[in-house]
Design a protein. Structure first.
Length: 69
């Protein structure tokens, strides 16, 4: 399955933990900073919602790129 397929499946299941990991993975697969920040934002939103261990790292990534304070 592709990353897109995995994302769709996780959305359909409502699996927030998986969505954090999948969107975070997508962050590292693009060379475009705006795209990376979009994926990181999605991961961060789900991370906040489910108290995911990657929450702080995602917040730091967004701060480093001027997307979060």
């Amino acid at each position: 399955m592709s990353l897109d397929d995995d994302l769709i499946a996780a959305h359909l299941r409502g699996d927030k933990q998986a969505l954090v990991d999948l969107y975070e993975r997508a962050t590292h697969l693009t060379q475009d900073v705006d795209s990376a920040c979009f994926f990181a934002t999605q991961a961060y939103i789900f991370a906040l919602d489910c108290a995911h261990p990657k929450t702080m790292a995602l917040h730091q990534f967004l701060c480093q790129h001027g997307r979060e304070e």
